[in-house]
Design a protein around this ligand. Sequence first.
Ligand code: SF4
Ligand code: SF4
Ligand code: SF4
Length: 217
Amino acid sequence: MPMTFFIDTTRCTACRGCQVACKEWQGFKANETRQRGTHQNPPDLNPLNYKLVRFAEYKENGRVVWYFLPDQCRHCVEPPCKEAADNYVEGAILQDSATGAVIFTEKTRQLTPSQMKEVIAYCPYNIPRLNKVSGMLVKCDMCIDRVRHNMLPMCVKACCTGAMNFGERDKMLKLANQRLTELKKKCPNAQLQDPEDVNVIYLLTDDPKKYYQAVNG
Ligand code: SF4
Ligand code: SF4
Ligand code: SF4
């Protein structure tokens, strides 16, 4: 049974605990950064940030509205990144048969720069990044080392609001649909983001483009 994240953005406070926990577990050093007048920091996913809490702010009907999106690889059910990489280097990108996790391996180093660009372009969610130090394409690995030992992904373990959930796909889909039904009563535009296509399912209150332009392409 594939494993799935259900990310309930209505419960996210943008505390960034998940983002920091991911860095700690991966052993990544801090990014050099500066105040840019936004809560979102660093500005984008990068080789030392597999998870980024995106922050968007709008004025609507005289009110300020915030949208938070803890962004990460969606572990697509049929991953387009793998489809692209398989054309060039077998085993550069793997899909774990037990969990469905999409894993970028050291063999991504064997891809040429233009092949890497193609892999990146195939991702509908703008996730893969090039680590110029290792020469590898990198992204979230579902904390596969933890999950294989029946432990939660680190970002899920760190989230204390209930925004991050993880479990067997059918259970997560059930939870996601329950929450959607509840939320629709007060937010008619509420929706699940591509639930059939991905193993990281977001519950959004509004148009995905309000959260982040790259969501859903
Ligand atoms: Fe949101 Fe939970 Fe991440 Fe905090 S830890 S930013 S509440 S998803
Ligand atoms: Fe690959 Fe992008 Fe899907 Fe992740 S979100 S599995 S990088 S296509
Ligand atoms: Fe980071 Fe692990 Fe969460 Fe992926 S599953 S975003 S690698 S903490």
